[in-house]
Unconditional design. Structure first.
Length: 148
């Protein structure tokens, strides 16, 4: 498994999500602005408010993806880690885990990789773990086979 390629792949996924959120945010803002131009009364004020709420929701999504991208940008080409940390790619008896950002299950290089945040329950259980250590995932004990 190529960790550098995985980092680039996850960055690309986040940038795509950022673009979708940005476009949805702009569309919601345009819709809210268009509704505000009408003089039909309360019905259109409600529509304008709903458009603004949609815009704010998409803006929060965009900001979350932007913050997650900064986490990935801090993951550098360092020596092979001896214990789990942000940026670790871990092979376990439960599969591959990438401690980075919460994107869930990804297909990469014909493998399934679970991208988890260090603040998620499974991410926290992997932090500081060494090869051969155990952790709990989906109510089962699993073993760390290797770290990258």
């Amino acid at each position: 498994m190529n960790k550098d390629a995985l980092v680039l792949y996850v960055k690309t996924l986040l940038e795509e999500k950022m673009q979708v959120a940005w476009e949805a945010m702009e569309a919601a803002q345009e819709s809210a602005n268009d509704q505000g131009k009408s003089s039909m009364g309360d019905k259109y004020e409600t529509s304008r408010s709903m458009g603004q709420l949609d815009r704010n929701m998409h803006a929060k999504q965009y900001e979350q993806f932007r913050l997650e991208r900064t986490v990935l940008e801090r993951i550098g080409n360092t020596a092979v880690p001896v214990r789990g940390a942000v940026g670790s790619l871990m092979k376990t008896t439960a599969g591959w885990f990438f401690i980075s950002v919460s994107l869930g299950v990804l297909k990469f290089e014909d493998e399934t990789v679970i991208a988890v945040s260090s603040s998620s329950p499974v991410g926290m259980s992997l932090l500081g773990k060494n090869q051969s250590d155990t952790f709990r995932f989906q109510n089962k004990e699993h073993t760390i086979i290797g770290l990258m």
